[in-house]
Design a protein around this ligand. Structure first.
Ligand SMILES: *Cc1c(COP(=O)(O)O)cnc(C)c1O
Length: 406
């Protein structure tokens, strides 16, 4: 018999790392989701930018179920066809010539940073170890990636941290250029800072980093865990900017909701990690390969990517109209279907209050820090779901404003 459980059990049984919503999601289809009581939600959270094709997409289900009936896991003493096909799809679609697979964004960045240290040491000796990262960046929660992250609140409790990682303000090329020299092995940057507040890079910033990295034989790592796989309206955001990294990390949308991460790089750089220098038990398993392959096939079409850009425009237009009525936001920004609304200073710190009010109205969404509301819905969300979701959003905002909680 299945034990009955409630949301309160979370507070008793789980390590209290999260503060989940008061309801328990039960099933989803497309951009709609129902909780255990049968209440319906429109999903603008997209599993934190992971459910690129919504919930229970028939083609993804088919890929998963077909592979589940054949082979789940062998470990990396054996390769498998689904993961080789996914590698080739990614190579054909991007600058990359080699791929490494893992299970999450943090693992992909961990691999990228380890690759960069070894590449630096192989080429420049033990001194070539400096890593440049940016304030407010988010790269994951392993010790190395949380240290590269730009929020001390996420890392300081776990000191001592890996040394020789330096931070400067995002989009500040001058500050970055001062710290990039022959001792630098890598610069790691998000083309759009996601968790840090949905802040797009300026093109000249990324181009300038590219130029400095070339000059000093440092690897330029683009963390595209959140921006990758169609999220910005390009397959990867580097294509939108026209600045090509040496190493690119992808996860979130790559599995469409199934855990998979990838690090992509060139042939020469990839050869740095020879047999036995790095690895993972689950990374590159056939289930992840089969699902990721189908996701990429469906996302990497001109029609789908154009659809993301159209939905962006629709979202922005509607959000601006809401803002014209409520005057809540100082800025509405983002690329594709990664959209942020920064609250005006008088509402600072209230993003979570609005998120909770939205849940009560039947809308799932995200925040990016205390002052930014974030939307990362399915890339194929219906226009009707967008409109209805934004109506619920406006209700939630009005409720909060009306109650004088803002
Ligand atoms: C989510 C995220 C990560 C971490 O990915 P996990 O799968 O949670 O480990 C890393 N970088 C960026 C930019 C992200 O948005």
């Amino acid at each position: 018999m299945t034990q009955s459980v409630t949301r309160e059990d979370f507070d008793t049984w789980m390590v209290p790392l999260y503060a989940p919503a008061p309801f328990i999601p039960d099933r989803g289809f497309g951009s709609r989701l129902w909780d255990k009581e049968g209440k319906e939600y429109i999903d603008f959270a997209g599993g934190i930018a992971a459910n690129a094709l919504g919930h229970a997409h028939p083609a993804l289900r088919q890929a998963l179920e077909q592979q589940a009936a054949k082979l789940w896991h062998t470990g990396n003493g054996y390769t498998n066809e689904p993961i080789l096909r996914l590698a080739k799809q990614l190579i054909d679609a991007t600058f990359a010539e080699r791929a490494f697979f893992c299970n999450s964004g943090a693992e992909a960045n961990e691999a990228a940073l380890k690759l960069a240290r070894k590449y630096g040491h192989d080429r420049g000796g033990p001194e070539k170890s400096a890593i440049l990262a940016f304030d407010r960046a988010f790269h994951g929660r392993t010790l190395f990636t949380v240290s590269a992250g730009g929020q001390p609140a996420w890392s300081r409790d776990f000191a001592p941290l890996p040394p020789d990682i330096h931070h400067v303000p995002y989009n500040d090329l001058e500050a970055a250029a001062k710290l990039i020299d022959d001792r630098t092995c890598a610069v790691i940057v998000e083309p759009v800072q996601g968790e840090g507040g949905v802040i797009p890079a300026r093109r000249e910033f990324l181009a300038g980093l590219r130029e400095r990295c070339d000059r000093h034989d440092a690897l330029l790592i683009f963390d595209e865990v959140q921006t990758g796989v169609g999220r910005t309206g390009s397959l990867y955001a580097y294509m939108h900017y026209g600045v090509t990294p040496d190493v690119l990390t992808s996860a979130k949308a790559l599995g469409g909701g199934f855990p998979v991460g990838a690090m992509l790089t060139t042939d020469v750089i990839g050869r740095t990690l020879g047999v036995g220098t790095h690895g993972t038990t689950w990374g590159g398993n056939p289930l992840a390969g089969a699902v990721g392959g189908r996701v990429l096939e469906l996302v990497n079409t001109p029609e789908l990517l154009e659809g993301v850009r159209q939905r962006h425009q629709h979202f922005i237009t509607r959000l601006q109209a809401i803002n014209a009525r409520l005057a809540l936001f100082r800025e509405i920004r983002g690329l594709g279907l990664l959209i942020g609304c920064e609250l005006r200073p008088e509402y600072a710190g209230q993003a979570k209050t609005i998120l909770r009010a939205a849940a009560a109205e039947g809308l799932m969404m995200l925040v990016a820090g205390p002052d930014v509301l974030r939307f990362a819905p399915s890339l194929i969300i219906d226009e009707q779901d967008i409109d209805e979701g934004l109506e619920r959003f406006e209700h939630a905002c009005r409720n909060v404003v009306g109650e004088g909680r803002l």
